[in-house]
Design a protein around this ligand. Sequence first.
Ligand SMILES: [Zn+2]
Length: 284
Amino acid sequence: MDAIKSKKLILKLIALFAVLLCGLYYYCTIYNCGEYQTSFSDVDTELLQLCVDKQETHAPYYALYALCVTYKILPDKAVNMMCIGESRSAFYIDRWPVKDDIIQTFINIDAKNSGSAKDETRAKKAAEICISLKKINNIIEGAFPLDINAKYSYSNTFGAKRTYGGERLHEGLDIICKSGTPVYSVTDGTVVKKGWITLGGWRILIKDSFGIEYYYAHLSKYVSGISVGDTVKSGQLIGYSGDSGYGKIGTVGQFVAHLHFGIYENNVAINPYVFIKLCQKNKR
Ligand SMILES: [Zn+2]
């Protein structure tokens, strides 16, 4: 009899232990114990696609950032800091721009952790990411390239086929707007090119302190007095949108009026769509 009783007790204890184990497993799944997991369910899927698909979009900063969060390249603690006041299992692209103190935290935590070769690689990666974050902030904290209250529209046409002047891919963003809409410099920088080119018509190229170049094309005219070598501020008027280009100097009317906006780093075109979308969101 006693043997049966103790057998029952053992079975009960095993069942209790199993229930506790299941509970713990469930808790860990929900709260990501020891494992930082990301959920992108609330993020604009179009933006996310651009972030993840690095090859397709040439949006390296977002890709880098999305990947570093997904694969926990950065310390969990720092990632958690970015999610203050919200679910720690979520990372929202909406959180841009990343504030300076958070960037500093990335640097500090990685400096503390460095020691082994593996950690050094991680610290180096973190430092690279920090610089990328600053570059991104510089763009999306900058001015919207058009009057935010003007009538405009755009979609992601980066990489679309273009045929004028030979087959090529579209290297920027076309913001459709009325001819004569004021165009503003997105960031602080220096005017490095100005004047007519066949593809871009009246265009202006501005370089920021990170060496990133911003290309504004098809203008109807420049703001008076602006010259190569001038420094400009974010939000400074640089010209007016139009439909110039696709021909010899002064050609207009070959397409609908719009601002062609491009971003280049080391002469490689980066898709401006994500940045402009975030920049616009900040201004609303
Ligand atoms: Zn264009």
